[in-house]
Design a protein around this ligand. Structure first.
Ligand code: BES
Ligand code: MN
Ligand code: ZN
Length: 500
């Protein structure tokens, strides 16, 4: 695990150095000083390699003469007057990826450039955050990794003027990163390790941070009438769980009602009797990424002691075909009392959420409900891997979430809801069916289905994160694999719109 510390701006004698370089004005105070010491090689390198200092540009100088440094990584920040937190988080990530040598130690020097738009301490804290996020690895099952296949970097010192201010700003970002890492771990784990019971156990760990954790088993859910969730679970030998995580960080709140996060936690989605094709079925271990994001967000909020009251509810099931599995055509009765004709057992996420959403509203009278789910393949057809979809019955809530999403670069794109779509769900024998017309707005009809389980007057938003939960390639803040999309977004939503 990468350890991050802060120190006053100074230059290291050995190992690796990352140095920020601005567009046009180029070297900052420390950089200029180093360049003098090195007889002008930095300036020469900038000129010889068309390195302009543009945003996220990287130039590595290996084994520079006159020093015992192994490398100097020049890192472009663009126009100092236009920098922001998001850019510096990305830069920290880019720096972390560029430090892929033999060094156990490196210094990331966030220089004092002229006319920086923000205090250097704030930029340095976000650079540290980005570096930590990018350093994530899931190696626990790789028992034969050779030393050179493992990251050498163990300690990153982020150096800047105002180091102690940077350190204290970083403290809460570090807790958010803890939440992100927890989610990435849970989502990366295979389905023979993480299934409803074991995922519930991981939730119980959050008690140590002051989160109240309640785990409902099959019997309790039966008593509550959760026929929709239980119908999905009945094909698996692994029994379902419903976990309620409560963080009461603002006991004196004027509005006592909590915000509710609800997550789809299908620990494996084979499709059930409407079996998925084998190609890519292994991906469906991450069909619990919505629940994973809710759990990680709760961890982040508790870790940084957010002044807010939040409940996180995750519906945990495994969707399997078997002699006891739900059949296409079965009719189930949800906790809301509404009946559902299950025409496709692979449209299971909405069946799980139907009861989890109802439970959230029934038990907690929340001021708003936000659900996250890897709900439809259709959202990937629509948006690819660039945005998650947001569907909402409330413009203000939607706007707040979209703003938060842009602030942390976990972008959301809003989709419409409407009666005509809803009508597709009408069933001749039950209150509704669980799928709409084939090939027609599958993500919207899925959201319409969920909306039938939202009580009148409750502001609600649904985030379809199927395209964002797992990265096929590296990004600045995340190596390929589980992204933990939603954790930083939910945390930011709480920070900006719930905390006082
Ligand atoms: N978990 C899947 C959605 C999914 C598909 C996520 C691909 C990530 C990648 C969901 O349970 C599902 O199977 N949805 C069906 C719905 C259909 C049967 C109406 C789908 O999208 O095909
Ligand atoms: Mn499915
Ligand atoms: Zn699914």
């Amino acid at each position: 695990m990468l350890k991050i510390t802060f120190s006053p701006a100074s230059l290291p004698a050995q190992q690796a150095l990352v140095l920020t370089v601005a567009e046009k004005t180029h070297l900052g105070e420390q950089g200029a000083q180093l360049d003098r010491k090195l007889g002008g090689i930095l300036k020469r390198a900038l000129e010889d390699h068309h390195f302009s200092g543009a945003k996220e540009q990287v130039l590595t100088i290996l084994t520079p003469a006159k020093t015992r440094l192994s490398r100097i990584v020049l890192l472009g920040i663009g126009d100092p007057a236009k920098v922001d937190d998001k850019l510096f988080a990305r830069l920290g990530g880019v720096a972390c990826a560029a430090l892929n040598g033999k060094d156990a130690q490196a210094v990331l020097l966030v220089d004092s450039h002229k006319a920086l738009a923000l205090p250097v301490a704030e930029l340095a804290a976000h650079a540290a955050f980005g570096a930590r996020l990018r350093s994530y690895r899931f190696d626990k099952y790789r028992t034969k990794l050779k030393p050179d296949q493992k990251p050498a970097l163990k300690n990153l010192t982020v150096a800047c003027a105002e180091a102690s201010k940077a350190r204290s700003l970083y403290a809460s970002l570090d807790k958010i990163a803890d939440g992100v890492f927890m989610t990435r771990d849970l989502v990366s784990e295979p389905a023979n390790v993480i299934y409803p019971e074991t995922l519930a156990k991981e939730c119980v760990e959050l008690k140590s941070l002051g989160v109240k954790v309640e785990v409902l088993d099959e019997k309790q859910m039966k008593k509550l009438g959760m026929g929709s969730l239980l119908g999905v679970a009945q094909g698996s030998v692994n029994p379902p769980r419903l976990v309620v995580l409560s963080w009461s960080g603002d006991p004196e709140a004027k509005d006592k009602r909590p915000v509710a996060f609800v997550g789809k936690g299908v620990t494996f989605d084979s499709g059930g009797l409407s079996l998925k094709p084998p190609g890519g079925m292994e991906d469906m271990k991450w069909d619990m990424a919505g629940a994973g994001a809710v759990i990680g967000a709760m961890r982040a909020l508790a870790g940084r002691k957010a002044k807010a009251n939040v409940v996180g509810i995750v519906g945990l099931v495994e969707n399997m075909p078997s002699g006891t599995a739900q059949r296409p055509g079965d009719v189930v009765t949800s906790m809301s009392g509404q009946t559902i004709e299950v025409l496709n057992t692979d449209a299971e996420g909405r069946l799980v959420l139907a009861d989890a959403l109802w439970y959230a509203q029934d038990m907690f009278n929340p001021r708003c409900v936000i659900d996250l789910a890897t709900l439809t393949g259709a959202i990937i057809t629509a948006l690819g891997h660039e945005y998650a979809g947001i569907f909402a019955n409330d413009d203000a809530l939607s706007d707040q979430l979209v703003k938060a999403s842009n602030a942390v670069e976990e972008p959301l794109w809003r989709f419409p809801l409407g009666e005509a779509y809803d009508k597709q769900l009408d069933s001749p024998i039950a209150d509704m069916k669980n799928i709409g017309s084939k090939g027609e707005a599958g993500s919207i009809t899925a959201a319409q289905f969920l909306q039938r389980f939202i009580k009148k007057g409750v502001p609600w938003a649904h985030l379809d994160i199927a395209g964002m939960a797992w990265l096929g390639k590296d990004k600045p803040l995340c190596p390929k694999g589980a992204s933990a999309f939603g954790v930083r977004l939910l945390d930011r939503f709480v920070a900006d719109h719930v905390e006082r």
